[in-house]
Design a protein around this ligand. Sequence first.
Ligand SMILES: [Zn+2]
Length: 115
Amino acid sequence: MISAQAARPPAPALMPARAAPRIADLVQRICKECFRPFAQKRCDQKYCTERNCRRIANQREESRAKEAYRALMAFRDKKRGAFAAMTNIADRWRREDKQREDRYRVACAEQGVEA
Ligand SMILES: [Zn+2]
């Protein structure tokens, strides 16, 4: 009979560096953009690397910044309805973010992954 001690793999210190899996590789997360599971490689990683999700999220942020700039300048130039336009933009972004967050939490629950 093989003892439990003999069946164990060698201690990580005895294995070549490349063969030892990093603990972080084993942490499953849900991508905040596409809501698909991925193996987190950094503790602050929010997006998967397979579908340009970080770039998509950054592009959305840049697009919002441009929209906010135009709305602010219209307000500064006292254009009629400019303040209402700014609040409408903010409300739309809030709704979009809430929907995205809800989808993220549902995906985490479905995959049994910590949000
Ligand atoms: Zn993704």
